[in-house]
Design a protein around this ligand. Structure first.
Ligand code: CP3
Length: 338
């Protein structure tokens, strides 16, 4: 049987609408919290057996149509020696933020040997997953650069946007090096056995369309080029309703849509693209009846697209009840089985 996920990516007719969830592996699962106890996030990402176990947990529990590799977008940056830490309750924090051309020189290209633990973990996973595809991923240059330049999570991306305007040369130098790193990181995952990739430009919604086109699009396009013609490519961002057409110009076969735009509207704007999304992650926290009703609405709107991969509009929230996610997976499968 062809994987429903891969069929939908390619615009073929799957046996059912495929479903997986961003952040399906991780903080919402009790078995994850148990497996991770006593290990920092970056240490966990460098331990192949643990990565494989955590990646498998939601596939076993929910029967999702794809696995997402358990890692973080900053793993390749830490792997080339950037002094970056994942601080619990905060997120990625950079010891010496990037501001100058000399800082851009701190970014060297990624060598597959830098992330041997990724290759090893994916090797374990493809054996265990069998027919279920594994999605590899990377952070897009803009989203990664925002951590390097701000020094950590940000609300307004003020330093990043100021650097773009005042020193476009430095910006493009940092972003093009990040694009090479992302492209290589995606390639490593595909060569190890990932069947698709997702490029997370989570914070691109902070940019106007004009700025996105000038400062982010060329670099995301370059990153995705690294795996063109090998596997389907998904491109996702949050609050990117105004950027969908521009994001599609990266060449990604699948566009991830957040919950702010109904899928039928996105489909009208993106003919020829498979869409992924877009149940509001907070719907998982609601009672069963509104949850099922909203799941059905997303399925209905998704019928307007060339292909639909059911997902949330952003990652699973930490307080989500796994039983509710299972309810959604079963509903999507039962309502769409052909
Ligand atoms: O499940 C967990 O949150 C625990 C493990 C963890 C991850 N990232 C998993 C992850 C932790 C502690 C982090 C740190 C981190 N990295 C944070 C703060 C923690 C948090 O709750 O979000 C942030 C903001 C980052 C940066 C980051 N990582 C971004 C912006 C993205 C893109 C996806 C998104 O949420 O917008 C990631 C990817 C990521 N982090 C994945 C995982 C398992 C892969 C994608 C996925 O599973 O969908």
């Amino acid at each position: 049987m062809t994987s429903p996920f891969l069929a939908a990516c390619r615009g073929e007719e799957p046996d059912r609408v495929p479903v997986w969830f961003m952040r399906q592996a991780g903080r919402s699962l009790p078995e994850y919290r148990e497996a991770r106890a006593g290990t920092t996030m970056l240490e966990a990402c460098r331990t192949p057996e643990l990565v494989a176990e955590i990646t498998m947990q939601p596939v076993r529990r929910y029967g999702t149509d794809a696995a997402i590799f358990f890692s973080d977008i900053v793993v390749p940056l830490a792997a080339i020696g950037v002094d970056i830490e994942i601080v619990p309750g905060v997120g990625p924090v950079v010891a010496e933020p990037f501001r100058t051309e000399a800082d851009a020189d701190r970014l060297r290209n990624l060598d597959p040997c830098d992330v041997g633990y990724v290759t090893e973990a994916i090797g374990l996973l493809v054996k265990e997953l069998g027919e279920t595809p594994l999605i590899g991923f990377a952070g897009a240059p803009f989203t990664l650069a925002s951590y390097l330049i701000e020094g950590g999570p940000s609300r307004d991306y003020a330093k990043t946007k100021a650097l773009m305007r005042s020193r476009p040369d430095v910006w493009h130098s940092i972003a093009s090096k990040l694009a090479a790193i992302c492209g290589e990181f995606l390639r490593v995952q595909v060569e190890a056995g990932a069947s698709a990739v997702q490029l997370f430009d989570s914070w691109a919604g902070a940019l106007s369309e004009a700025d996105y086109r000038r400062f982010a699009l060329p670099h995301s396009t370059a990153a995705l080029m690294g795996v063109a013609d090998s596997v389907p490519r998904i491109h996702f961002g949050v609050g990117t309703g105004h950027l969908l057409e521009a994001m599609a110009e990266t060449g990604a076969e699948v566009i991830g849509v957040d919950f702010r735009i109904p899928l039928d509207q996105a489909a009208a704007r993106l003919p020829g693209k498979t869409l992924q999304g877009n149940l509001d992650p907070t719907a998982i926290l609601a009672d069963d009846e509104p949850l099922i009703a909203e799941t059905d609405e997303v399925l209905q709107a998704g019928r307007a697209a060339r292909g639909h991969i059911f997902n949330l509009g952003h990652g699973v929230l930490p307080d989500s009840d796994p039983a509710k996610l299972k309810l959604v997976v079963d509903r999507v499968h039962e309502a769409t089985r052909r």
